[in-house]
Design a protein around this ligand. Structure first.
Ligand code: PRP
Length: 173
């Protein structure tokens, strides 16, 4: 397997997850939270974080696709919001695995904002600020990382490695 160098060990992810849940609960309004994950990459982090919140949550899903088959962002983002759920007047927490160029998050936030949630907060597991092409940030960030192509814990390379328990640097053979 080419992706062998561990960047963020499983234990570090799990302990940061607990901290993030506390950070979010400290600022999130009381009551139910509608947790929206951007598929596919956010699925594992999103489910783990939603459970760590230990509050009344409902789940919604968006599908975003921007990378195509390779390791470079194209800047083109396609969003499918059919499984988002009704968010008008609700407290929404948007979760993604990684904030890279920012195109996906930017387009997603536009779509969610148009649907008039009561509040809209954002959380990403990883942030790669040096890759940013859109002026955008997340309210809660698990780890700020350098410009590595990373896989594992939901992130893929051509659909492989998503179920790894840790984050690894992808290094082609
Ligand atoms: C990845 C990742 C983010 C997005 C970030 O998704 O999961 O959603 O790219 O990139 P950006 O900030 O440059 O827009 P991808 O399109 O690879 O789909 P996937 O989640 O199904 O792997």
């Amino acid at each position: 397997m080419p992706a062998t160098e561990i960047l963020i060990p499983e234990a570090d992810i799990q302990s940061r997850l607990t901290e993030l849940a506390a950070e979010i609960n400290a600022v999130q309004p009381d009551g139910p939270v509608h947790v929206v994950m951007i598929l596919k990459g956010a699925i594992i982090f999103g489910v783990d974080l939603a459970r760590a919140l230990e509050r009344n949550t409902t789940l919604g899903f968006l599908t975003a696709s921007s990378y195509g088959e390779g390791t470079q962002s194209t800047g083109r983002v396609e969003i499918d919001a059919r499984h988002l759920g009704d968010i008008e007047g609700r407290n929404v927490l948007l979760i993604d695995d990684i904030l890279d160029t920012g195109h996906t998050f930017s387009k997603t936030l536009d779509i969610l904002g148009d649907k008039r949630p009561a509040t809209l907060r954002t959380c990403v597991l990883m942030d790669k600020p040096e890759r940013r092409e859109v002026d955008i940030h997340a309210d809660h960030v698990g780890f700020t990382i350098e410009n590595h192509f990373v896989v594992g814990y939901g992130l893929d390379c051509d659909e492989a490695y998503r179920t790894l328990p840790d984050i690894r640097i992808y290094a082609p053979e």
